[in-house]
Design a protein around this ligand. Structure first.
Ligand SMILES: [Zn+2]
Ligand SMILES: [Zn+2]
Ligand SMILES: [Zn+2]
Ligand SMILES: [Zn+2]
Ligand SMILES: [Zn+2]
Length: 161
């Protein structure tokens, strides 16, 4: 009989140890960081989460800004751009959406230079070469004057284009 009692005691001790292992995880006050658009409230120490993410507060895209979340500033897609039906190389107009005055686009002639003409890639208008735009004359000495000989210089004019 004595043996049995001892066994029982051992068992009790064992049980209490086991209980302690699974039940006594150290408790702490959660340190919550506020929920964001994409993440729920979260304890910065143990990583436990509570509730749900807030979700983005979208404001629709405008002419100059893409769809934007007012809370976190995240954007989606692109700005719409102004909608000006009369807009061309030479004519501006008012944006149908926001009313902003938009300037004429100007001709698209990337190859136009002093000596090369070009055709506008937008409206097809042809352009003659621009011709040179003379800058200021600069004197370039060719020969230094000496005691016996006159010096000479040359005038140089560079194109400013
Ligand atoms: Zn925690
Ligand atoms: Zn957001
Ligand atoms: Zn607009
Ligand atoms: Zn044009
Ligand atoms: Zn030139």
């Amino acid at each position: 009989m004595v043996w049995r009692i001892i066994d029982l005691k051992k068992l009790l001790v064992l049980l209490t140890v086991l209980l302690c292992l699974c039940g006594c995880t150290p408790k702490h006050e959660h340190t919550w960081t506020e929920a964001t658009c994409e993440e729920p409230r979260k304890c910065s120490e143990c990583g436990e989460t509570e509730g749900e993410a807030l979700g983005h507060e979208w404001v629709e895209a405008t002419c100059i800004a893409p769809k934007t979340c007012t809370r976190c500033g995240k954007t989606e897609g692109e700005a719409l751009g102004h909608s000006v039906p009369t807009l061309s190389c030479t004519e501006g107009g008012k944006c149908e959406r926001c009313g902003k005055e938009v300037e004429a686009l100007g001709h698209l002639t990337p190859n136009l230079s002093c000596t090369t003409g070009d055709t506008c890639q937008r409206c097809g208008e042809e352009f003659e070469p621009l011709g040179h735009e003379p800058g200021e004359e600069t004197k370039k000495e060719i020969k230094k004057a000496t005691c016996t000989e006159k010096g000479s210089y040359q005038l140089e004019v560079y194109c400013t284009r």
